[in-house]
Design a protein around this ligand. Structure first.
Ligand SMILES: *Cc1c(COP(=O)(O)O)cnc(C)c1O
Length: 376
């Protein structure tokens, strides 16, 4: 869901991409983005395009032909990132883990030891295809020890869980607008450390993408320069500024706590319905709950009923998890107690009608306990 203030910002009359008023809006966005990324990085911007544009920008700017990149692959997005490395002419070393599990830092360490110079290590923070929440700090330390850049995909985590770019030592980090920032899709928040900027400056070959060449885009976002590169998506930037203001007004700690509480509640309810979380305890995302669906329940049919009868859309499994899991997102504006209880109630009704549940109210009661409420 998108806050009405963001929808209103989208309909603000347009100005030009070099209008002084617009340049002020860009400054606001940079300041607010530094806040959510928890960074002082001067290069902190919104790349034109969805999260995948940020993903692509991260690799095309860092990787030159022949470079080695270690990519953690435990779901759709690590898989996608590795193929981008290869399209850049780089060598992708895939460190794999079963879908639903995290990438063990020890496995990254072993790959770093065995691989000669490694330009970068790329890790997905929140694997949206499996619900796994990847710890980043141990891998950041390994990157420093081996003089590799640390690239992090924070598309689903930013604004819903801590992403501490400076404290953890992340060199390249990007996100998307339509997940926990609760803004329509279309921009990719992006930040680069000084180490990453130096690596881009030291390139021997030009970036293979002209549109996503950050050394050119930097001159549009740099105060004092503001040189035209491509026309900024004006309305989307209006919307992003408003969405980031809402994040700032709520405050990051309160926002993270809200996502965690609603996640705990929905997880407790789903377990009562026989739906077990896929990732192990301690590694479950607070904005996306991935549960395995028993083979006795027709998962696609239930999802269809949720949408057609209750107006609730949840995600099915992707790749090897097709037909086996549900991915239930409570992100940004959508992470509310009312949504959690509405979903659990709808699922209970569907399960009772289908004969998969005989005790009405158990999921709602489990969620109510998490919220410290009396129920029934
Ligand atoms: C959604 C997502 C992306 C891709 O973003 P798009 O906006 O679909 O281009 C990349 N990585 C992760 C982890 C995502 O969840």
């Amino acid at each position: 869901m998108v806050h009405p203030r963001v929808l209103r910002a989208l309909s603000t009359p347009l100005v030009g991409h070099l209008d002084p008023a617009f340049l002020g809006i860009m400054n606001d966005i940079q300041t607010l983005l530094r806040g959510v990324f928890q960074t002082k990085n001067r290069f902190t911007i919104a790349v034109s395009g969805t999260g995948s544009a940020g993903m692509e920008a991260s690799m095309v700017n860092i990787v030159e032909p022949g470079d080695t990149v270690i990519v953690g692959v435990n779901g759709v997005f690590g898989t996608r990132w590795a193929t981008i490395v290869e399209r850049c002419g780089g060598k992708a070393i895939r460190v794999e883990a079963p879908w639903g599990q995290i990438i063990e830092p020890a496995a990254i360490e072993q790959a770093l030891r065995q691989s000669g110079p490694v330009k970068a290590v790329a890790i997905v923070h929140a694997e949206t295809s499996t619900g796994a929440w990847q710890p980043l700090e141990p891998i950041a330390r390994l990157c420093r020890e081996h003089d590799s850049l640390f690239l992090v995909d924070a598309v689903t985590s930013l604004g819903g869980a801590p992403v501490e770019v400076d404290r953890w030592g992340i060199d390249v980090c990007y996100s998307g607008t339509q997940k926990c920032l609760s803004c329509p899709p279309g921009l990719s928040p992006f930040t680069l450390s000084e180490r990453a900027l130096a690596a881009i400056k030291a390139r021997r070959t030009p970036c293979q993408s002209w549109y996503l060449d950050l050394s050119l885009i930097a001159d549009y976002w740099a105060e004092g320069k503001r040189a035209y590169h491509h026309t900024a998506p004006i309305s989307m930037l209006y919307a992003l500024r408003e969405a980031l203001r809402l994040v700032d007004e709520e405050g990051l700690p309160a926002r993270f706590a809200r996502h965690q509480l609603n996640s705990d509640a929905v997880t407790a309810g789903l377990i009562e319905l026989g739906l077990q979380p896929l990732p192990p305890t301690g590694y479950r995302l607070p904005m996306l709950t991935c549960v395995t669906v028993p083979s006795s329940m027709p998962e696609a049919e239930i999802r269809r009923d949720l949408l057609s009868m209750y107006g609730i859309e949840i995600g099915g499994g992707l790749g090897p998890l097709t037909g086996k899991v549900w991915r239930i997102g409570f992100m940004g504006e959508s992470s509310t107690e009312a949504h959690v209880l509405t979903l659990l109630n709808a699922l209970e009704e569907i399960c009772i009608r289908g004969g998969w549940l005989s005790t009405p109210g158990i999921a709602l009661r489990a969620a109510a306990r998490v919220y410290n409420r009396k129920a029934f």
